[in-house]
Design a protein around this ligand. Sequence first.
Ligand code: AMO
Length: 435
Amino acid sequence: MAGKRKDSGSVRVGDGTVTVAGWVQEVRNLGGISFIVLRDGAGEIQLTLPKKKIEPGLFEALTTLHRESAIEVTGEVKESKQTALGLEIIPSSFKIHSEAGAPLPLGVVDKVNAEMDTRLNHRTLDLRKPEARAVFQIKGLVFELLSEACQSLGFVNVNTPKLVSSGAEGGATLFGVDYFGRPAYLAQSPQLYKQMLMATGLERVYEIGPAFRAEPSNTNRHVTEFISFDGEMSWIESQDDVMDAIEEIMDHVFRGVSERGAEHLGALGVELGIPSRPYPKLTYEECLSLVREAGLDLADGDDLGTEGEKIIGDHMASKGVDMYWIVEYPEEAKPFYIMAKEGTPYSYSFDLDYKGQEISSGGQREHRIDVLEGRMRDKGLDPAEFDFYLEAFRFGMPPHGGWGIGVERLVTKMLGLPNVREAILFPRDLTRLTP
Ligand code: AMO
């Protein structure tokens, strides 16, 4: 805190005195002397109050403060061997910015771990814990690194609409909106728009933005609003071009987090391994066999599901592999925009799994409008409803492909968190719409 943050709003150095602002973390009254631990976003400092040397009104007011009150104290800085910082402050004046109510619904430094729901219900208090904040410092860094990597690979940062007239990822997870009397939806992904941009000469685009899914499932990896990191690239030869780009980007992110995020990883006790490249490839059929061998009864074409992904994750972990591709999904299991592998039941698609969980999916897209319309019809969709999208395919659409990565799933797995909600400041799910 002091010393480290001379420039910050919470520490001001005066003539022989210092003014520090922060939250009252702890008050210890030992009769002749009292100690207060004051904390801000950067750390803690001790206020030492020898009863005989402090003006009685000041002593009384400071030592009876509720925990987590926001205060400001001016005093003399002294060296101290008893404190972690090597410093203490003897207060001479103070200001209460805002007194905290008591009892606290959630302890900030209590040793007992609160339930996740309690933490999320009182998220602003929860985020006063350095380890809770560290997750978002790492997540912020991940966004920075994703952008850096994309820009060095020639991707342009774009934004596509989040209020849309049709879904791309299946009707079951669409959130409806009343759009001036017309039906509209919250975008499940930038899929249709990022593909449309492939017809423009913006040859490589990426977007980092919210995606909405009316997920009726209450799991530790599904939320109704998440941040999707999407990329799309044109003039590709095959989906390998897309997978190479993802590997480059992921590698930059892992290396960057491990170097530039070392302090925050330390706060979380995480030793981040950098997945070795090239990421190994498993086919969907290989995965199906592994999952069946482990006793899971999956039919051909079934989604591997949480349990299946975990079985494959454990199998790969036993070979020392954290990050791997699952390729050659049956075309039936994939959305209309994915290109089918002619003459086979498979598709040009992939998932990227990290530590037993899907964090990304993507593939080569069907760019031939007649085939695309046929795939739509086969999947029970009416091409007329996608006319705005199909127009981009009518006047020369290059071969293209791309991906979507769930940023919170990536961060959750990187940091070994038990639930994706812990990587979202104010998560939204089946039951949670506040705070
Ligand atoms: P998909 O539907 O597989 O593909 O989503 C891409 C990635 O987004 C994340 N994700 C979620 N994260 C949290 N909660 C959810 N409910 C949720 N749903 C998805 C996952 C997933 O891998 N348009 C395609 C991508 C593409 O082909 O470009 C798409 O959206 O990490």
